[in-house]
Design a binder for this molecule. Structure first.
Ligand code: ADP
Ligand code: MG
Length: 530
């Protein structure tokens, strides 16, 4: 299999039926599931019905060299974005100019400036659970992959790590159990890499938990190694900030189960509204205390000190319907708990930062002095597609022209996360015409990456769809760092910095967006091609 094979192999009716039964039962018995959409199952008593997550029946071919390059770059990408987040003045310049045209960025940035002018920050460490998303780029005429190009870098609520690990296990099981036919001999232990995203993301959270307790209570001599036995008596816990009615709850639950079972760490899933009701700070150090209503037996109330606030919500305006929610975010940001991410780290993940870093001199500013890592700037830079500002700079004026003259080559992106926000190709001119010109600078214009198409089958709600698909490889990173006092880049102390597994998301090749939760794509795994 030296290039993309004719894929997937043809099956007899009996083989296909056996494969689908094996696939579905494995998914259901291993929690590779999501809550069904209300339109799919109108009533869901006690929220007890679930459905297999949308997953490909076969792993999709992915070039091994590019897979390995993306993974080996991840610790450097972690470092890059941790440094950006620590450089308050650099990030401040970008955020203040964006604030003029983007209300969401403005409100995030206002939390930072208010904190600086009032009581200041109280956390010492930050946690990043990042995901750098790539597509393989091909040339116009050739199918041959040219390299990987970064689609975006996520610094908040990077999801699907747990389900991605389970899809990798599922595809390996289908091979090992003989549900894939022996003719598909290029699917084997060597071409199906084990994906440890679940374990590694949980380890990142656990590491931050350990760092927090060691900092606030050095005499306790707390370590993760001894924690498992102490677990149930511990007065510390991790808070997952979640959305009400989350359909992808099991992806989050798996992280919780791993934290509880392997490390003995308690996890609390709370919405913004519950945070308002059940948490408070202790002055002068602003420890965040959580008083769970379920932990009151009529006489005694258990209280937990929150070590880490892990956001699986809060990344878009929809999570902040009113000032109450913004006040809650401020309240959490002000606390001593380690945030994953902080407001500054969230802002570092904006599309604007990605565009600015795609100018080599800016990348060099943060990564130019990487001792012992010759050529790291070039290697990272190689993964960047062309991205232009839409402001009134020279590059911005060029982009404005391109957007009208050659829109089919581009995607226009606002400063938003979570899918469904971008404007593609020929819709760009009309969209821009409908928007006041002052607002254009809130967008970036990015060259479209051309991923290779492969054939695969997707199982969604029990139905099979076959067709041409394209994949997007996400590489997770987990990083814990000590924040710089004065915001100088390079001042941060890295405590933990690891690549943390992968996600392959696959979508129909005619669909522009690829989000799984947004209903455009599905979870896949890689079969590596040499
Ligand atoms: P979001 O924050 O909403 O996830 P993304 O930048 O990841 O925004 O874009 C959403 C989707 O749009 C991606 O998953 C990908 O499928 C597609 N996309 C984004 N940028 C490009 C690009 N430059 N070339 C091709 N497809 C892209
Ligand atoms: Mg994305």
């Amino acid at each position: 299999m030296s290039s993309y094979p004719s894929y997937p192999p043809n099956l007899t009716a009996e083989q296909l039926s056996y494969l689908i039964t094996s696939f579905t039962d494995y998914s259901l018995s291993h929690g590779l599931i999501v809550r069904p959409a209300p339109t799919f199952i109108p009533t869901n008593p006690s929220n007890s019905l679930a459905t297999p997550a949308p997953v490909t029946l076969w792993p999709s071919p992915f070039p091994r060299t590019h897979f390995e390059e993306a993974r080996s770059l991840q610790p450097f990408c972690n470092l890059l974005y941790a440094r950006v987040a620590a450089d308050q003045s650099w990030l401040g310049d970008l955020s203040t100019s964006l604030s003029l045209v983007d209300d969401f960025i403005s409100k995030l940035w206002a939390i930072h400036t208010r904190l600086k002018s009032e009581n200041g920050y109280h956390h010492k460490y930050s946690l990043g659970l990042f995901r750098s998303d790539y597509m393989v780029h091909t040339s116009d005429s050739e199918f041959a992959p040219l390299g990987i190009r970064q689609v975006e870098f996520n610094t908040i609520a990077s999801s699907f790590g747990a389900l991605a690990s389970k899809v990798s296990d599922l595809h390996r099981y289908l091979w090992r159990s003989g549900a894939y036919p022996p003719t598909a001999d290029y699917i084997n232990d060597l071409s199906l890499p084990r994906n440890e995203a679940l374990e590694r993301l949980a380890e990142g959270l656990a590491k931050a938990h350990e760092v927090y307790i060691q900092d606030v209570s050095p005499d306790a001599k707390y370590t993760l190694e001894t924690a498992a036995s102490v677990g149930p008596n511990s007065s510390y816990g991790i808070m997952f900030v979640i959305q009400d009615g989350e359909r992808n709850a099991f992806d989050q639950r798996w992280l919780e189960y791993h934290l509880t079972q392997k490390y003995g760490i308690r996890v609390f899933r709370v919405t913004f509204e519950e945070i308002r009701k059940y948490t408070h700070h202790v002055r002068p150090n602003y420890e965040l205390l959580f008083v769970p209503p379920h932990a009151f037996d009529g006489r005694k109330q258990q209280v937990y000190e929150i070590s880490v606030v892990y956001y699986r919500a809060g990344y878009g305006p929809g999570d902040y319907p009113g000032q109450e929610e913004w006040n809650t975010r401020y309240f959490l940001e002000e606390s001593r708990a380690i945030k994953c991410p902080t407001i500054l780290t969230q802002l570092a993940g904006s599309k604007k930062v990605q565009q600015v870093l795609a100018e080599k001199k800016n990348l060099e500013k943060f990564m130019g002095n990487e001792r012992g890592e010759e050529g790291i700037v070039e290697r990272i830079f190689e993964t960047f597609a062309a991205i232009y500002p839409m402001d009134e700079s020279e590059a911005g004026l060029k982009a404005r022209k391109l957007a009208f003259e050659e829109p089919h080559r581009f995607v226009l992106k606002p400063q938003r996360e979570g899918g469904g926000n971008n404007i593609y190709k020929d819709k760009i001119p009309e969209f821009l015409r409908g928007l006041e010109e002052e607002k254009w600078q809130g967008y970036i214009l990015m060259e479209l990456i051309r991923p290779p198409e492969v054939e695969n089958l997707v199982m969604r709600n029990g139905e099979m769809m076959q067709g041409k698909v394209v994949g997007e490889l996400g590489v997770y990173g987990a990083v814990v760092w000590k924040d710089a006092e004065d915001g100088e880049p390079g001042d941060i102390d890295i405590v933990y910095n690891e690549e943390a597994g992968v996600l392959l998301r696959t979508k129909g090749s005619s669909s522009e967006e690829g989000g799984v939760a947004a209903g455009f794509g599905c979870v896949d795994s890689c079969v590596l091609v040499d």
